[in-house]
Design a protein around this ligand. Structure first.
Ligand code: GLY
Length: 374
């Protein structure tokens, strides 16, 4: 059974490579976010946008696995462009992990480039500076439609914590890791519900640290289950376990993963929110790919009897994406179709760059080609 999955993953990895060879040539000097008429857009002018590390990360995955120079040079170009964001205080929010783990930390891992290491440590120091000691959480954003948000934290931040773990590993200074663990402990209590589902946003009083309440954020409403947020929790807590060995993070990741698995529809296609109105056909392929990465990570740390549950769940998600939601046309830049940004947006079911990144990472994990960057 697993042998077949390995073969499937190898074949899918090669299909990703064939596509990326073409799209990387068409996309030199771009930092893609969305796809317009089959062609990647370019976010270079909005350099602090939170998704600006994903394409670089995908290029490093491809470079590490297949070695084509164009992947490396394009990834380095993105990393250099991101320096402008590092120098913009208001452009720096909690998403530094997404931006610099997948670019500079990847480059440093592969080439030992000292400039990349410097960027990783600067980004980590800025992220650590967002910690609120009263509430023991990392502040998410710098603004939200004009509302004060010094006390807002979001579940997505679990994916940024590895930047702090890595900074401690690199420098020997435990403060970064202590902050990451303090945030993860708070998130486990304040975001994760008894059944493993999670809130997207939790508001704290930034002065006292008291929890004020949860918000629906990019999901349907407070108390609902925005599927990408569920994915961030599954993978994020699994990564905190990987870096710390603290069993409670693995337990939390498993609880969220079991909840996610219990909500997967027969079709295998993931809605934008598990509490979504039944007549809506909105999907989030990105949530499926992120959750699959998390399940494959959990699979590594559980007993033999538990492994097959996480493995099979990941395979169902990935094979469904490959069969029904991958665009293998070599003239179209994106791989995954049918992502979504937020439940209350007007537009749904369109490609988004992080869907491609996490789909690639999951497939590469399965066939042993992954460059682990978290
Ligand atoms: N981190 C923002 C999102 O997942 O859309």
């Amino acid at each position: 059974m697993y042998g077949n999955d390995h073969e499937w993953a190898n074949q899918t990895a090669d299909k990703i490579y064939e596509k990326m060879k073409m799209s990387a040539r068409r996309s030199e000097n771009k930092i893609p976010y969305l796809t317009v008429n089959g062609i990647f857009d370019d976010c270079s002018d909005n350099i602090s946008w939170w998704t600006n590390g994903f394409y670089g990360g995908q290029l490093w995955q491809l470079y590490s696995a297949y070695g084509d120079e164009i992947f490396r040079s394009s990834a380095e170009d993105i990393e250099n462009k991101l320096d402008k964001s590092l120098m913009d205080y208001m452009g720096m929010d909690h998403d530094s992990g997404f931006k610099w783990l997948l670019t500079s930390a990847a480059n440093y891992k592969l080439t030992k480039n000292p400039e990349s290491k410097n960027r990783v440590l600067l980004a980590a120091a800025n992220l650590a500076g967002r910690f609120n000691p009263a509430g023991k959480f990392i502040r998410a954003w710098n603004s939200w439609g004009g509302e004060r948000n010094e006390g807002w934290a979001i579940i997505d931040c679990m994916m940024n914590l590895p930047l702090l773990y890595r900074a401690s590993e690199e420098t020997g200074d435990p403060r970064f890791s202590q902050i990451a663990r303090a945030h993860a402990d708070t998130a486990a209590k304040a975001f994760v519900r008894e059944n493993g589902s999670v809130n997207h946003i939790v508001r704290f009083d930034p002065d006292t640290g008291e929890v004020i309440g949860a918000m629906g954020g990019q999901g349907k409403e407070a108390g609902s289950s925005w599927t990408r947020g569920q994915g961030w929790a599954i993978y994020g807590f699994a990564l905190s376990f990987r870096h710390t060995g603290d069993e409670k993070y693995l337990e939390t990741a498993k609880r969220s993963a079991r909840y996610f698995a219990s909500c997967i529809p027969e079709s295998g296609l993931i809605p934008v929110d598990f509490c979504q109105d039944k007549e809506l056909d909105w999907e989030d392929s990105t949530a499926a790919a992120i959750a699959a990465c998390g399940m494959l990570e959990i699979e590594k740390y559980v007993t033999e009897t538990e492994k097959s549950f996480y493995h099979e769940t990941a395979m169902k998600l990935l094979k469904t994406l490959e069969e029904k939601r991958c665009n293998w046309d070599l003239n179209t830049d994106n791989i995954l179709e049918n992502g979504s940004v937020a439940y209350h947006d007007e537009k749904h079911n369109f490609p988004i760059i992080y869907g491609d990144y996490f789909f690639t990472e999951a497939v590469f994990k399965l066939c042993g080609k992954e460059l682990f960057m978290w």
